[in-house]
Design a protein. Structure first.
Length: 591
């Protein structure tokens, strides 16, 4: 069935059920960023494969609301589908609800599948439409009967990580969560988000691309902890080990019945990470406390074992990247290389490293003007062939059993222009400013964002995405609660957090530049004015110096860059062949 036929079928189903507007979010019952095939509903309905967006359908218009990262991709993929791109003004805002409010008359009905919408999204939609006398029904799944051959949920085996890897036992983590439940005067807590579940139980799986998580829910009370999961995913040994930690096992689908019949005074639920259908199943007699999952905050602070494991991981990743960039430089003029083929080659170099499990996201290899698309994903149709000229942006990462990496580098394949050099240098200057920041305890991410952007702002340049995101430990590459972006999120930057610093600059139709490292927040010292923090850079990969316009850098920027590249060489050289070592020494020479 073509996408335009699927749209017609959805509209017919809407007519039958008296629905005037239907919303399809990009999510699943766990409010995941990366989805199992079964929940890629937007891709099935419209052909759009980006990781963020919402479809809103009426009888005379069907739109995809998404942000600037996906504008070009959406235009290409929506052609001939009956869906049109609607450009979001504010990333992740429910602007489609405002549109439906303007479009529909009083008495109209809007529906969505509450398994695919977070409580926060559902509240936003209801908050806009219900005051306009538009009925909102969050329990309508129109795709269930239309999606022929819909994929089943994955059933790959899950496994437990030892405490020597995680640094903290499952028992200790559950007790830490219970302590937070007690502070919030709740005697039950539902965890729907897969990264929180994985961290809490020290469990990993293969259910979602790029993220080593397993589909499930956890319900914690004052004296019980139950994992709701497809039983076939757990070996008898794993069940026994979890049982020794006080964790019981129940079937995945039983969670809704459990919540509907729950006996508790108050339950703690994260409105951003819990689907509306689950929230709406809680009996009215139970008080609902809406607050961030305690595990989200707890896992953001990496312990000493996790930090040390990460340091070893970044050495492995740095070795793979060094081998890749050397290979690229030596073969770009003689081989038929493309954006897709170099992504495969980079994966191969990572796969040769001990403990590699998967990439942490689909590699972004953006050559020339494709580099100007921050979330570009090459396909057979868009795939550029590389030539010894122009800029290449490579944003990539790996999942290792000892950590998660995420790095962006830009290299010149030849024929540099002055504009490219200036843009590159100013982005690098921003990376250095953010990396060198010293700030008081209590500083929020938007303040780090502003510090990082200053060199670009001074020249009337800017970029449209955030400066940084939290990163998990052998978990999701995008994890909160901290972010470095312009939104005034009330989350302090704390010691032990690992976050990216990734300023960029994008000239549509020309080139894109982003230089990204991961940093660890640490204590910097104290004075009569209080306690201060700074960053330790974890990422170990040379930063190209042949693109730099040296006159734009101050002495302190040059000092940081030269010290960083020397440190990269010192960390990696003993793991390289003499030929690779000589090549890296040349790349890391002081300027």
């Amino acid at each position: 069935m073509k996408h335009i036929e699927k749209l017609a079928a959805i509209r017919e189903a809407m007519k039958i059920q008296g629905i005037d507007g239907y919303i399809i979010p990009s999510s699943d019952p766990h409010i995941s960023e990366y989805l199992p095939e079964r929940y890629k509903c937007i891709a099935w309905a419209s052909g759009f494969t980006g990781s963020a967006g919402t479809l809103a359908i009426t009888q005379d218009f069907a739109g995809l609301w998404t942000d600037s990262r996906y504008f070009v991709q959406a235009v290409e993929q929506l052609e001939g589908t009956g869906f049109e791109l609607v450009k979001l003004k504010v990333q992740a805002a429910a602007e489609y609800a405002d549109w439906l409010g303007e479009k529909l008359n009083a008495g109209a009905k809007v529906a969505f599948d509450g398994n695919l919408a977070s409580l926060l999204v559902a509240q936003s939609v209801k908050g806009v439409l219900e005051p306009l006398d538009i009925q909102v029904d969050g329990h309508v799944d129109l795709l269930a009967d239309l999606w022929e051959g819909r994929p089943e949920l994955p059933k790959a085996q899950a496994y437990l990580l030892p405490e020597s890897t995680t640094g903290q036992s499952t028992v200790a983590k559950i007790e830490a969560v219970r302590a937070e439940m007690k502070k919030n005067r709740t005697d039950a807590h539902l965890i729907s988000s897969l990264d929180d579940l994985a961290w809490l139980l020290n469990i990993r799986g293969q259910d979602v691309p790029c993220n080593p998580v397993v589909l499930g829910f956890v319900l914690i009370t004052a004296d019980t902890a139950t994992l709701y999961i497809e039983p076939s995913k757990l070996s008898a040994e794993t069940v026994a080990e979890l049982g020794s930690y006080g964790v019981e096992i129940a079937a995945y689908d039983n969670i809704y019945h459990t919540i509907e019949t729950l006996q508790a005074k108050a339950i703690l639920i994260d409105p951003k990470r819990t689907c509306f259908a689950m929230f709406d199943s809680v009996p009215e007699s139970i008080k609902i406390v809406e607050k961030i999952n305690p595990s989200t905050t707890l896992k953001a602070i990496k312990n000493k074992v996790e930090v040390e494991n990460n340091r070893h991981t970044f050495v492995k990743d740095g070795v793979a990247l060094t081998k890749f960039f050397k290979w690229l430089e030596e073969n770009v003029a003689s081989e038929e290389l493309s954006e897709l083929s170099i992504a495969d080659k980079l994966r191969g170099f990572r796969e040769s490293q001990e403990g590699f499990v998967d990439v942490s996201f689909t590699t972004i290899a953006g050559y020339l003007d494709h580099g100007a698309l921050p979330h570009y994903s090459a396909n057979e149709k868009s795939n550029y062939t590389l030539r010894p000229k122009g800029l290449l942006l490579v944003d990539s990462g790996g999942q290792y059993k000892t950590g998660t990496t995420d790095i962006t580098r830009v290299v010149s394949l030849g024929g540099l222009t002055q504009e490219e050099k200036e843009d590159y240098t100013l982005v690098l200057k921003g990376t250095i400013e953010g990396s060198q920041a010293i700030f008081p305890v209590g500083t929020r991410g938007y303040q780090i964002d502003a510090i990082t952007r200053r060199p670009l702002w001074e020249t009337l340049r800017n970029y449209g995405h955030g400066t940084g995101h939290g990163v998990g430990f052998f978990l999701n590459v995008h994890e909160g609660p901290q972010t470095f972006n312009a939104a005034a999120i009330d989350v302090a930057v704390e010691p032990g957090m690992i976050t990216s610093i990734e300023p960029g600059l994008y000239r549509v139709g020309k080139h894109g530049i982003r230089i990204e490292n991961l940093v660890l927040t640490r204590k910097a010292g104290s004075s009569e004015f209080g306690d201060f923090l700074d960053f330790e850079t974890l990422t170990i990969c040379y930063i190209a110096t042949d693109l730099i316009e040296k006159s734009l850098l101050e002495k302190r920027h040059l000092s940081w860059l030269n010290n960083y590249n020397q440190w990269v060489f010192d960390q990696l050289s003993t793991h390289l062949s003499s030929e690779e070592k000589n090549w890296l020494a040349d790349k890391c020479k002081a300027i």
